[in-house]
Design a protein around this ligand. Structure first.
Ligand code: NDP
Ligand code: GDR
Length: 360
């Protein structure tokens, strides 16, 4: 916990503080001397694993990290929390963030991801905080959807391809509208995929790195995946949250792409992860018959399962972060190959530790 950092007198409120980005951003802001308030959902089991290391006893006389129960679908709750913490900066990271799940829960996704952003913006207005509170919206490269142009920049037209992306499209435009209509300092970060050892286990990179580690340790037989041909621009989450903060430090609010400018097929990420646990894969077959086979043993380790295909897919994402470079001085550092290595290393460590604990 960064409690020794002198206070900078600023207060930030993070929705989605228990998620991947929330955990990295809370760390960053505490290190800069912010008092950080976070909204967490009530859950039947602990959902604070990613922020355990910064948890602070609520009885602490000078609390710097304070959690509130809440939900993006409850405007009374959001208004009350904003009123209590009087934030200088709000980072709206909370969302039903899984694209495939959004096809199964489209109405909930719209409520949390689209109307949720509106509820927070309205909370700022209702409480008369337009001049005080700056707002960051977690917008996404999924807005680009069906490829219109590559690489994708702030000027590329949007064409959402999922209920998730359509909900985020509303959130994007309501942020722009509140900036223009009411003079709010409200910015959209159009972030391309960013990953880390804290990535949710059902997103493709983490699913792959966990499976490679588990297969290496003999705890899993096979990895089932969907579309191996999809290409993503993958960066490191720790570096992307710094970009969020930089956006809110500018005199003028604006919208920025954060990306690496490189794209990688899912299939290549699979090869890297297995390589990092010492397994060379070769591919045989095509389409749903395609298999990833261990060169040394001939065992099938990777298979395509159509259940992971999406009704509409986003085939290719590659971002142009030139505006963020020029105006924010932001740049990514970790190459995607190194990111994969770090994730595999961490998953191996976690699994080995859990095996030792079970055997002890
Ligand atoms: P995660 O899925 O890891 O975290 C989402 C967070 O939102 C969790 O804290 C989750 O709580 C919370 N949440 C979900 N629904 C609600 C709700 N109804 N009310 C309150 N909280 C809720 O996402 P990331 O950290 O990866 O992403 C952060 C944001 O950035 C998201 O909005 C995502 O859509 C967006 N984004 C992410 C990108 C990426 O590559 N990671 C790229 C571009 C945009 P709980 O822990 O209880 O589930
Ligand atoms: P994405 O991330 O949809 O880009 O959204 P995800 O990792 O889920 O998928 C990336 C690509 O991999 C393909 N894929 C699979 N995906 C998953 N989850 N599971 C599989 O088994 C699998 N097999 C292949 C997908 O079809 C897709 O093409 C993420 C989220 O963090 C969003 O919240 C965020 O807005 C965007 O990134 C930018």
């Amino acid at each position: 916990m960064n409690s020794k950092v002198p206070s900078n007198g600023k207060v930030a409120l993070l929705t989605g503080v228990t998620g991947q980005d929330g955990a990295y951003l809370a760390d960053l802001l505490l290190g800069k001397g912010y008092t950080v308030h976070g909204i967490k959902r009530r859950s039947s089991s602990f959902n604070t694993g990613r922020i355990e290391h910064i948890y602070q006893d609520p009885h602490d006389p000078d609390p710097r990290f304070i959690l509130h129960y809440g939900d993006m679908t409850d405007s009374t709750n959001l208004i009350r929390v904003v009123q209590q913490c009087q934030p200088d900066e709000i980072y709206n990271l909370a969302a039903q963030s899984h694209v495939q799940v959004s096809f199964e829960t489209p109405e909930y996704t719209a409520n949390a991801d689209a109307v949720g952003a509106l509820r927070l913006l309205e909370a700022i207005r209702i409480l008369g905080l337009e001049k005080k509170t700056r707002f960051y919206q977690a917008s996404t490269s999924e807005l680009y959807g069906l490829v219109q142009e590559v690489p994708q920049s702030e000027k590329t037209p949007f064409y959402p391809r999922s209920p998730y992306a359509a909900a985020k499209l509303y959130a994007y435009w309501i942020v722009v509208n509140y900036r223009e209509a009411y003079g709010l300092h409200a910015s959209n970060g159009i972030l391309f995929n960013h990953e880390s050892p804290l990535r949710g286990e059902t997103f493709v990179t983490r699913k792959i790195t966990r499976a490679a580690a588990a297969i290496k340790l003999g705890r899993q037989q096979k990895l089932y995946l969907g579309n191996l041909d999809a290409k993503r621009d993958w960066g490191h989450a720790r570096e992307y949250v710094r970009g969020m903060w930089l956006m809110l430090q500018q005199d003028e609010a604006d919208d920025y792409v954060l990306a690496t400018g490189e794209t990688t097929p899912v299939r290549t990420f699979v090869e890297w992860a297995f390589e990092d646990v010492g397994i060379q894969l070769e591919w045989k077959g095509e389409g749903i018959d395609e298999k990833g086979i261990c060169k040394a043993t001939g065992k099938v380790l990777v298979e395509v399962d159509p259940r992971y295909f999406r009704p509409t897919e986003v085939d290719l994402l590659i971002g142009n972060p030139a505006k963020a470079h020029a105006k924010l001085g932001w740049t990514h550092e970790t190459p995607v190959r190194e990111l994969a290595r770090e994730m595999v290393r961490e998953d191996l460590r976690i699994m080995e530790t859990s095996i030792i604990m079970k055997e002890a």
